[in-house]
Design a protein around this ligand. Structure first.
Ligand code: SAM
Length: 309
């Protein structure tokens, strides 16, 4: 029997081939971008692995200008912009909580690219910045030099689990801005801080506290090396256990929401696509931004302050 379909013309065949070629190229390109940006797929990455993935670097650079902490907003504010103004407000909050005289010596434990240290230095404090992520140390040194603050800030490699390079009672204050969450042994870290402080010295910790032990956030915490985050009430017990007194806690959860909402909204669509493809674990920051926002209330953002007697 004769074929009733008209034979496909050569130009139509050519168009179909070009479309298939284009689709194939796009899929390959998307796969290459995903493979390039995503993390290395480690089940429980180290701090350095977490901060070294291109997804982490790009995310912090694009959304936070290479600072790595939340902004502080008026309660009820919707807009997260300008982000940098809110971040300076958070740094001011930490500075106020330290309540130290100009010329005091502080340790910035987990300084990242050095923005918090530079804020403190401009307020008149002398800062010893430490970190364990090599490219953060390089960045911090560059920023300190560029801003002419080398006489106020030293930047060194040091792990807050092992601070033997620093003498007893040599600091007036020690602070963490979203770094204590990474501690493998929080009690040991607080013990080190206690030893380094002079009597009357203060600690201020600005940290996320996923105190309700949310199951849904456990993946996020493990993938961002925050698996030792404390259970509700944990901070007070731990800080008292290290010998500190005059514990005070400021709950800032409502005041950091605008930025987390931004992370949630920006990441929502990509996260749904990654989930469909089953690769959401390879995009820790997208996952963290969206899941934290969707499960707001399973954690808090707190400012803890205590004094060495
Ligand atoms: C979320 S970033 C915050 C950086 C900075 N405080 C800021 O607000 O921009 C956490 C930082 O803590 C550092 N960090 C994590 N564990 C550490 C440790 N054991 N000792 C020193 N620094 C640590 C990380 O390398 C990272 O730079």
């Amino acid at each position: 029997m004769a074929d009733s379909n008209p034979p496909t013309s050569r130009p139509a065949q050519g168009r179909r081939f070009r479309l298939r070629y284009l689709a194939g190229t796009l899929v390959l390109l998307a796969s290459a971008i995903i493979a390039f940006i995503s993390n290395n797929g480690a089940e429980a990455p180290s701090v350095q692995e977490y901060y070294s993935s291109l997804e982490s670097r790009l995310g912090y650079w694009l959304l936070l200008g290479n600072t790595r902490h939340c902004g502080l907003y008026e309660k009820g504010q919707l807009s997260p912009f300008p982000v940098s103004k809110a971040q300076r407000a958070m740094e001011e909050k930490l500075y106020t909580r330290l309540d130290l005289k100009p010329g005091s010596k502080v340790m910035d434990a987990g300084a990242g690219s050095g923005y918090v240290a530079m804020y403190m230095a401009r307020k008149g404090l002398n800062v010893q910045a430490i970190d364990i992520t090599p490219h953060h140390i390089t960045d911090a040194r560059k920023n300190v030099k560029k801003n002419g603050l080398e006489d106020k800030i030293s930047v060194d490699y040091a792990d807050y689990h092992n601070l033997t390079a620093f003498p007893d009672a040599s600091f007036d204050g020690i602070y963490t801005m979203e770094t204590f969450v990474h501690a493998d042994d929080p009690a040991k870290v607080l013990g080190n801080f206690y030893r380094l402080l002079k009597p009357g010295g203060v600690i201020v910790l600005h940290e996320a506290d996923f105190s309700r032990n949310s199951e849904v956030l456990q993946d996020v915490l493990r993938l961002s090396h925050c698996q030792n985050t404390l259970k509700e009430g944990g901070y007070e017990e731990l800080v008292a256990g290290a010998g500190f007194k005059d514990y005070s806690l400021d709950d800032l959860t409502d005041e950091v929401l605008p930025l987390w909402r931004l992370f949630g909204v920006v990441g929502y669509l990509p996260y749904q696509i990654f989930k469909l493809l089953g690769i959401q674990h390879k995009f820790t920051n997208v996952m963290a931004g969206v899941e934290t926002w969707l499960n707001w209330g399973d954690g808090r953002y707190i400012s803890v302050r205590a004094v060495k007697p």
